[in-house]
Design a binder for this molecule. Sequence first.
Ligand code: BYC
Length: 502
Amino acid sequence: MAATAGRGEIAGAGADQGEIVGTAPAPDGPVSVIDYTERIPNNVGLATDRRLQRALQAWQPKFHHWWASLGPSVPTRDVYLRTAIAVGRDGWANFARVPMEQYRWGIFLSERNPGRTIGFGRHLGEPAWQEVPGEYRADLRRLLVVQGDTEPASVEQQRHLGMTAPSLYDMRNLFQVNVEEGRHLWAMVYLLHAYFGRDGRDEAEQLLQRNSGDPDKPRILGAFNEQTTDWLSFFMFTYFTDRDGKYQLGTLKESGFDPLARTCEFMLREEAHHMFVGTTGVQRTVERTAALLARHGTDDLWGHGGIPLAVIQRYLNFQFSVSLDLFGSETSSNVASYFTAGLKGRWMETRRQDDHVLTGATARVPVVTDGTLSEREVPALTALNLDLRDEYVADCERGLRRWNAELGRAGLEQRLTLPHAGFNRAVGTFAGHFISPEGELLDEAAWRQRAPGWLPSGDDRAQVAALMVPHYEPGEFASWLAPPAVGINDLPVEYDYVRFSD
Ligand code: BYC
């Protein structure tokens, strides 16, 4: 099988910001080939551990049942999907038409580096752990469960979007994201089963029991219980919320627990495509809006088949603010102990120019006191959630520049902006305060009065929903977004990426 990742969706510098790059080179350097002859495809030698194999084989039908009942609801014959075939530095995926229920979800870890040492915290310089240290068992399990919980949650949130897909190209991208989130669930379930015994198996069961938005058994993190109401909200989700995934996985990739680090390294390669979908999805929406705005001279674009820029801004405000909540509090004793224990590092830990221990260091965090926004100094270890969030926000700005370039190209003055970090927050120092997107501290009544201008209203969502008419003919696109510049894996944009049963 040819190992190739295609134009328009490969991982690499800038790829997750939607930069189009050519076909990936063939794998070089060490690659580990995935065994597809087994019931559970893997590159971890599952066949040599009968107990673990049996446990995972017992979980597999429950996963399939969950996929059938809460995965994509549109019946399809097959979808042009990529599947990992080798875990190497570059080309690692095969593209083919696959009936989605036959997708080969499996367990793929990046190559082991036998000399790897822990890069931060109290165990700095010690060999990375191949087993879970007893004293960190509970914390590691919690991190895996929180991470694992988000993956199926997003599939549940996106379940019905296929019904209103703006094109077959977009529908295929949605399903690619969905199958890979399913695989990311497998990644965490493997670690729980392989390293946490009975507790791990129980947690793996729970990952399928909690459901997004379920009043009795909700998903763990707030953003994963919100509804993904339409495709604009899906694009915002894959831009802003999947990007939290990129940053959280980036910190877990540094973990002293080597199997977790290797798992996350490979997950990050898949994640790049998810953010590509968000970056280019919003960009194509803005491109169409900009063209209509320039042509008609009004942002009231509903009658012209486009989404008003003000509504795009409100969707952006919402998704950005709920995604900031995913970073936890600006000061957190949890994050300090995760770092000191060597469980969760910082973004690009190895490139940081400091002692990687941080015991004497301080950092400034925002606070709201006496009706004003200010800062205070805290131990840097407790401010690591903010450190990560700052990296994330800087990355988010790059997409904004790209989208705004579309507005500039159309000769428009208007620009999209990221709201202030304190806007619409439910977690951390800003929770319970009423802050405008510009960073103005308001009283509750004033905030509520102005909120309809800042967050999507029921009417916005209804008007967007009215535009969400499915387009299932190859090469056809909905009115509210521009077609992409190129198709998937060098195929034409008009390719029938999804086929339906006769
Ligand atoms: N909602 O000390 P604090 C992804 C809880 S996305 C509800 O401030 P900490 C993906 C917190 O659990 C990435 N509860 O925060 C994207 C704690 O509870 P306990 C997912 C919240 O612990 C798209 C208490 O509040 N991965 O992959 O430093 C599609 C105090 O917390 C929330 C991870 O998140 C919230 N938003 O950091 C598919 C990585 N925030 O202990 C996939 C793993 C906080 O008092 N998780 N709480 O019961 C972590 O590293 C951390 O748990 C968090 C929170 C960053 C989430």
